[in-house]
Design a protein around this ligand. Sequence first.
Ligand code: ASP
Length: 290
Amino acid sequence: MYRLVTHFGGGSWALTPEEEQQYIEKIRLLLTIGHTMLKKGYTALDTVQKIVELMEDSGYYNCGKGSITNYNGVVEMDAGIMCGKTLRGGAVATVRTIKNPIKLARLVMDKTHHRLLACEGADEFGKKKGLETVSDSYFVRYQPVETSYFGKAPHETVGAIALDKYGDLAVASSTGGIDDKLKGRIGGVPQLGLELYANNKTCAVACTGIGEPFMRLVTAYDISAQMQYGGKSLEEAVKNIFKEKVEGGLIAMDKDGNIVKECNAPEMLYGYIKEDGSPFAEMYKTPLKN
Ligand code: ASP
């Protein structure tokens, strides 16, 4: 059995129905690519990395080419990847010149004894390892439309979780961060356990939205720990986190391939491969609270 779920950010997309449909089509295609990889025997780790790489290159999402800028008008990207089998992970923060931060995160995981590299050190390491570099002009450079995250942000962060036929879970995520950030701000995506976590014993989790509340709650690891030590189901564990003050959404998958999504932002674009192998994607609209 193999499963795949992806998110493209929780926030306020404010797309026209036609634009929404275009995004949904793009996501279906992406899910089909990932599904084909899993079917061919690619690992969950390679599959989630590839999906995120494609998103980084597309310019349509808040990661890689499409990353939003900080207050200084500069792109600083975060990315993380984690393997549920080995609990090994790699992450990078405030990357400025590497075209695919997710590839760099994977290199940190595979080729160093570290977990997180940041700033020039991360860029330098990527360059040394032969990763493609880009100049400032490469980025689409969407300017934040409003300062509030739940304002009219033009596009969002991405995350992917897969379960492969070997029974292994993996998660990957990449982001330009929130649209309201100081130079040097690092979000929860590259801090393993905060917005991203995978453990074959329990589940894999990828969060999106304002990182800071998710970080305070050590959200991704908390969900896994509730399952491992508290005997909760994935659904119960996710519901418990959303009783706390979080702002955004998440996708999660347990070790048996059950998928859960939750969101308290106005919208979250997400998709998954259904049991019959066909791709499903939607712009989830969070019901308004009275
Ligand atoms: N959670 C990410 C961060 O705080 C941003 C996002 O998901 O859009 O950097």
